[in-house]
Design a binder for this molecule. Structure first.
Ligand SMILES: [Fe+2]
Length: 229
């Protein structure tokens, strides 16, 4: 992705979230120069992978196959293993009409996906086979405290206010309908380096062409701009 495209997506996402009265934390707006000046007090942001996370899954067509994320809080795999400290995570996602996040499941993370406003969020669901394929077995999911038994390949619609709990091993693919969707994700600790199993191999992080300076840093930029870790 070009840096200029990422900068535009950041500015639009920030404006969209604000229109829904959803505000990002202060570190979202630190400039590259401010990052240079930060010391060890900001280490949690870097070490827990907080912040801006925009991906085209390495395929070069963000509007068709892409996802905007901002990790607001996150613990560490160590927290989760010990059952102590920050064992939870929260993200903001923004999903456009027909903008697909491809089929994947999580080995460890249990996530609630919440429609917080805007259009509708569509989720396509399958259980996974032990060898990693899509299973043809019925699915059981909890949606806002109510259990649902669905056939394999069911498509669930979340309207604003509605949510679904995605257990480990449940394949999910999602996209927006009728309008851009402000999506919340509340989960156990998030580890994007080891916990995602995509059905078709994709890249989790984009390759970036630096055609202008960053507006704000992506989490993948910290190693380059933050020297105090
Ligand atoms: Fe997921």
């Amino acid at each position: 992705m070009k840096r200029s495209e990422i900068n535009t997506i950041m500015a639009e996402a920030d404006a969209f979230a604000r229109r829904h009265q959803f505000y990002l934390p202060p570190f979202a707006y630190w400039s590259p120069d401010e990052w240079h000046a930060k010391g060890p007090e900001a280490r949690e942001i870097v070490e827990h992978d907080l912040g801006w996370d925009i991906t085209d899954f390495g395929l070069g067509d963000y509007h068709k196959l892409g996802l905007f994320m901002f990790t607001i809080r996150n613990g560490t795999p160590e927290n989760l293993k010990l059952g102590r400290g920050k064992v939870y995570a929260e993200k903001l996602l923004i999903v456009d009409v027909d903008q697909v996040t491809p089929f994947h499941f999580h080995w460890t993370k249990v996530e609630d996906i919440i429609n917080r406003g805007g259009g509708k969020l569509m989720l396509h669901l399958y259980n996974s086979m032990p060898e990693g394929g899509l299973a043809d077995t019925d699915i059981t999911v909890s949606m806002d405290g109510v259990v649902h038994h669905l056939p394999a390949g069911a498509i669930v619609t979340l309207s604003p206010g509605e949510s679904i709990t995605l257990p480990t091993g449940l394949y999910h693919k999602f996209w927006g309908a009728e309008g851009r969707v402000l999506v919340g994700e509340v989960s156990t600790v998030n580890d994007d380096h080891t916990d995602n199993r995509f059905l078709e191999p994709v890249g989790r992080f984009p390759t970036i062409e630096e055609d202008e300076p960053p507006l704000y840093l992506l989490m993948g930029d910290y190693s380059r701009f933050y020297g105090k870790s």
